[in-house]
Design a protein around this ligand. Structure first.
Ligand code: CP
Length: 310
């Protein structure tokens, strides 16, 4: 199979299929097998530009770490206020400027459609690192990789996605990506934060889906519990946030109902939805997931920038 990522934009997971994800994950595993010396020269001379108009810890820093690990380097800004957007420069001009200095651009932006727009303006490949409430495709790639590494496969698993299913962009990318496989999906949220209709409509003919309000009702059947943060910053009305804040809190009491080998994932950051006492249980895989984020992004950058990577 030819490298499906070479020169491509990563705007939506919907642009990729199961075989593309499997190609990526095989490359992650190959990267782990080569010598450290070879590893650190794979992207010698390549430059990544980070354009972050919204806060980030994991996505931004893991892209930086991935580029360094492969011998490349990175440039960019981590908030709009430190770029000339602060003076009124528009997004198109910012993209056209940054592509003069780099081989690939990573954009996080509060607006839906921003990544698609950037990919149309840029002659260099663009990676969507989060576009409003829309998508976060590389998060979904590392989420799939985590499930495969920790559970062996995705097909036939009972996977719950819990929390803010309305505004959480990681939820949408994960849902579209999981629909390429055959898990049983359980969507758990307060009524106000149910998955958006258009996404449900897009995937319901491809994958088994049930919706729930009470997590306790399905806890004993789950293989993967994917927890998300209630996205306070996306609520138009702070009083509406207060009504759903703390809707789900995973603690050791709740975990008494879980299967021995159920894993807990979270894209992070977490606020109060997973109690810190859970961190030391065998279920907690969210920091492992964070680590996988770096190696999946290494493989993705390599494949995007080198046709015959590995
Ligand atoms: N998961 C994720 O996108 O985290 P950051 O917001 O810290 O990048």
């Amino acid at each position: 199979m030819a490298n499906p990522f070479y020169g491509k934009d990563i705007v939506s997971v919907k642009d990729f299929g199961r075989s593309d994800f499997e190609y990526l994950f095989a490359t992650v595993d190959k990267l782990n097998d080569i010598t450290a010396e070879k590893h650190r020269h794979l992207l010698d001379g390549k430059i990544l530009a980070l354009l972050f108009f919204e806060a980030s810890t994991r996505t931004r820093v893991s892209f930086e770490a991935a580029m360094i690990a492969l011998g490349g380097s990175y440039i960019g800004f981590d908030q709009a206020s430190s770029s000339s957007a602060e003076k009124g420069e528009n997004l198109a001009d910012t993209i056209k400027t940054m592509e003069c200095y780099a081989d690939v651009l990573v954009l996080r932006h509060p607006n839906e459609g921003a990544a698609k727009f950037a990919s149309e303006v840029s002659t260099k490949p663009v990676i969507n690192a989060g576009s409003g409430t829309e998508e976060h495709p590389t998060q979904a790639m590392l989420d799939l990789y985590t499930i495969i590494k920790e559970k062996g496969s995705i097909d036939s698993l009972n996977i719950a996605i819990v929390g803010d299913l309305k505004y959480g962009r990681t939820v949408y990318s994960l849902l579209y990506a999981l629909a390429q496989f055959s898990p049983n999906l359980h969507l758990v949220s307060p009524p106000q934060l149910k998955i958006r209709e258009e996404a449900l409509y897009a995937v319901k003919s491809k994958v088994s889906i049930s919706e729930h309000e009470n997590l306790g009702d399905i806890m004993d059947k789950l293989d993967v519990l994917y927890v998300t943060r209630i996205q306070k910053e996306r609520f138009p009305d702070p009083q509406e946030y207060e009504k759903v804040r703390g809707s789900y809190v995973i603690d050791n009491e709740l975990l008494k109902k879980a299967k021995e080998d159920m894993i807990i994932m979270h894209p992070l950051p977490r606020i109060d939805e997973i109690h810190s006492e859970v961190d030391s249980t065998k279920h907690a895989k969210y920091f492992r997931q964070t680590y996988y984020g770096k190696i999946v992004r290494e493989a993705l950058l390599g494949l995007m920038l080198e046709k015959d990577f590995l």
